[in-house]
Design a protein around this ligand. Sequence first.
Ligand SMILES: [Zn+2]
Length: 426
Amino acid sequence: MSFALDPALAARLAADTGLWRDFNDICDCGGRLAGTASEKKAFALLRERVRAASPANSGRSIPAPYNGWRAKKASLRLSNGTMAACHPLVRTIATANDGLTAEVIDLGRGTPDEFAEHAADIKGRIALVRHELMFAAGTIHRRRKYDMARAGGAVGFLIGGPLPGHVVAGSSGRDRGEGIPAFGIAPETAARLARTGAGWPSVTMTIETEEGPAETETLVYDYPGTTDEWVVLSAHVDGHDLAESAMDNGSGLAAVLAVTRALAPQASGFRRGLRVMFFSVEEWALTGSAQYVEALSEADRARIALNVNLDSVAGSPNLAALSSGYAGVEPFLLQVAEANGQSLRTVRPLMTNSDHANFAAGGIPAIRLVAGFDDPMAHLRVVLTPADTRDKVAHGELRQATLLTAALVAAACNADLAEVAQWRMR
Ligand SMILES: [Zn+2]
């Protein structure tokens, strides 16, 4: 069977000026932190754009309750009395009014080895680790470092960002209840917190937060095919309040909208239907997609042939598909890319760094398309910093990612049963 995208459709997609317009409009909404007006504005924009693409499909909204959180103020005071810039990690616990003063133990990158070697030094101190390139083999996720810090008895958590002069955002991974205060800081601040002959430097972390029940949503648009099977195309709406969350994930959202415009009118002729999903609270430990997959019955899961999740698909011309351990889907991905004149690499280990991870864990073949994997020079290195802005995204890169996505989704919607059976092999 042919995996090449229909040439007329490919030409239409390549000429779709809506792609760049949508990307810019999504960035204009702001950083889209869950629970903010910026996130709501982005949902309204997505609704409007999907309605324009398929007026007869009003979609459905699934409520996504979560533990809301907001930082009211945060500060980091160094031992010499000067204040350093800091950014509270999502859902960090608050400190007492007069803050938390403790010594800082620098654990370098924050690998399990470093935590183990310093086990005797961590208790009662603030653990300092470094943010690392997120899209690379062997990356240790910030949430794991936070968990190791807590397990070691640290009383606070600092993570040094990748970009000189700028703090870094992220989630602490805490849901509710106990935790330790956690801030992202600039690399220069981290450098100032090195141990000296005089001992470990001390700092004062102060944070005031507001917590309570909150609710966002998951938006779903179904375009049925000729069977009751589905291919799920997804992207997360939420981001961080440092900039405009352009690469992560304005790029994925704009690509999903363009692919929806192109494929929705064709879906009724596909073997499998196209299900377009917009998740939120992804940056909050993948909460929205976790709730969605949990609520699916075994039969529902069996009917989803593949999840194609777009997260940070521009910022580098090099695209990778994270295949989440589903080795059997890799030949299909590579064949589709080749048939459409695109280069793609596959990366097999399951990375729990976006919504595809919940599909994969739920037994559904799931991939994440991501740009700049294993490339320390790609713009993607500044994701989660104030530099995740639209100027990092080239129109051509976004168009390439969109074309590849359309080809993958169309081929997946039409793949034969023997092919699809391969995908579930791990
Ligand atoms: Zn993301």
